[in-house]
Design a protein around this ligand. Structure first.
Ligand code: NAD
Length: 486
């Protein structure tokens, strides 16, 4: 297959840079193509185009016209479904079945859902008494913030990008997207989609490159960017927050996690195994909401460990385009080295390795890819690094617990606060425990079940702000109050 060129998308045109770097497939380390690396001049051009578009045809559109256009964006993604699936298979090696059922359809849906939500949100108004008895009318209007900088991770590229670009555009903003340097494909394809359906030039821009001292940093430092929405590592969030403080720009952050799974003895056992199996190993563990710490009530602990071992061993890694594959490789050699370093640490810290712990034997060219075995540990103290730090690999530690209070304390004993999954058939306990877990989202007897109208985000070091449904409007619009003396 000919190597691709991943160019920037600025002001409705694909433009290249003199500097490029390689994108390789995680499945076999073969070359996907060359990514153009944006510097200050590309970022300046993209921000200028986005600023100009705010007052051009895009800024003149009614909400109905804008919403109709965003529906067309979603329909065009669906029409080119196969190309989007292939692009993400090349970039992340995620199994085709997952891309077809979750990442690409949800990526497209984000445009329709937010267009519909924004159309239907009322603004508030108050009648205010005044001493002369005539009163005053206060009412609020919502206006777009301006140019929004969107900095994205690699683990679910289209879904996580459109989760931000969808509401940003629905609210009338323009965007400059900095995709992850690992996953240039679908953000670039989306530029073609925008042109095909007639989104005015400058509304959606993409600048490729790295983070620090590259396109990411130049974008987040740019004073023409009114607000920054970011998904990625907590430490990157801290760097971006510093950049955003210059010029007092608003931020919305979805960051890392070290999420607990809590399994009570009264759970539906098979469903709990299925659920924790998915939450620990889906996307090769590269899901921010995934479970890396599992706490199981002691009476079912041994049975649970044995059953999750069987589940993990049934999830053999394989080529993403095979219908039966449920687990792909890690994103890169660098990330695999990080994950394997934790596999090593678990060993030196005294873990019992229930299953996995190494690199699976892969056939043919696949042997050059970045595969790791799904891994389960037990018997580590809560101070162990694999229990404290986000690994972002297909692995989890399982520990027993005896009391409800004890497991709540264990689940909350982390700097992060993204998600929890609780398994129990006792309804009162489910409510009682869920309310005490310090996270943005708790699932009961489920995991990754998302209603896009609900608030989504992290507590503690897992994020700032909430996006989703009307909550996205809080970030992507500014409210202005107008007071009329009657
Ligand atoms: P990352 O922080 O390394 O990179 C994310 C993006 O930030 C990339 O585009 C990168 O180029 C850019 N970047 C890096 N340094 C920058 C800087 N100094 N200034 C501006 N931009 C910079 O994260 P990643 O490795 O791509 O993604 C994995 C992480 O994302 C994990 O920690 C995971 O938990 C988190 N994540 C969180 C959520 C959520 O919803 N909370 C969702 C997905 C992933």
């Amino acid at each position: 297959m000919a190597a691709k060129q991943f160019r920037h998308f600025i002001d409705g045109e694909f433009v290249g840079s003199s500097k490029t770097f390689e994108k390789r497939r995680p499945t076999d380390n073969s070359l996907v193509g060359h990514i153009h690396e944006g510097g200050p001049s590309e970022v300046n051009a993209a921000v200028a185009a986005a600023q100009a578009a705010l007052t051009g045809p895009w800024g003149q559109m009614t909400i109905d016209q804008r919403a109709a256009l965003l529906h067309k964006v979603a329909d065009e993604i669906t029409r080119r479904f196969g190309e989007f699936v292939q692009a993400e298979m090349d970039d992340i090696g995620q199994p085709m079945t997952m891309l077809e059922h979750i990442a690409i359809p949800r990526g497209a849906a984000n445009f329709k859902i937010f267009a519909d939500i924004v159309k239907n949100v009322p603004a508030e108004s108050f009648m205010t008494p005044t001493p002369d008895g005539a009163g005053a009318l206060n009412y609020a209007i919502r206006v777009p913030k301006g140019v929004v900088g969107v900095v994205c991770p690699w683990n679910m590229p289209l879904l996580l990008m459109t989760w931000k670009v969808g509401p940003a555009l629905a609210c009338g903003n323009t965007v400059v997207v900095k995709p992850s340097e690992e996953t240039p494909g679908t953000a670039t394809l989306l530029g073609e989609v925008m042109n095909a359906v007639g989104v005015p030039k400058g509304v959606y821009n993409v600048v490729h490159g790295f983070g620090a001292n590259s396109a990411g940093e130049f974008l987040t430092r740019h004073q023409g960017v009114a607000a920054i929405t970011f998904t990625g590592e907590t430490r990157t969030g801290a760097a971006i927050m510093k950049a955003a403080s210059d010029g007092i720009r608003d931020v919305s952050f979805e960051l890392g996690g070290k999420n607990a799974g809590i399994v009570f003895a009264d759970c539906d056992f098979d469903k709990a195994i299925e659920g924790i199996g998915r939450s620990a190993f889906m996307n090769c563990g590269q899901v921010c909401l995934g479970t890396e710490r599992v706490y199981v009530e002691r009476p079912i602990f041994d049975r649970f460990v044995a059953a999750l071992k069987t589940k993990a061993e049934s999830m053999t890694p394989g080529a993403p385009d095979e219908k039966t594959t449920v687990i792909g490789p890690l994103i890169s050699d660098e990330h695999r080295r990080k994950v394997l370093s934790y596999y090593e640490k678990a060993k030196t810290e005294g873990a019992t390795i229930v299953t996995g712990g190494g690199i699976p034997k892969m056939p043919g060219e696949l042997a050059n890819g970045f595969w790791v075995e799904p891994t389960i540990w037990t018997d580590l103290p809560e101070t162990a690094s694999v229990i404290r730090e986000e690994i972002f690999g297909p692995c989890c530690h399982i520990a027993p617990f005896d009391k409800e209070d004890e497991v709540i304390r264990l689940a909350n004993d982390t700097d992060y606060g993204l998600s929890t999954t609780i398994w129990t058939t006792n309804l009162s306990r489910a409510h009682r425990v869920a309310a005490q877990i310090e996270v943005g989202i708790t699932w009961i007897n489920s995991w990754f079940l998302r209603d896009l109208r609900t608030p989504f985000g992290g507590s503690k070091r897992s994020g700032i702000g909430r996006e989703g449904g009307v909550h996205s409007l809080e970030f992507y619009t500014e409210q202005r109050n107008i007071c009329i003396k009657l």
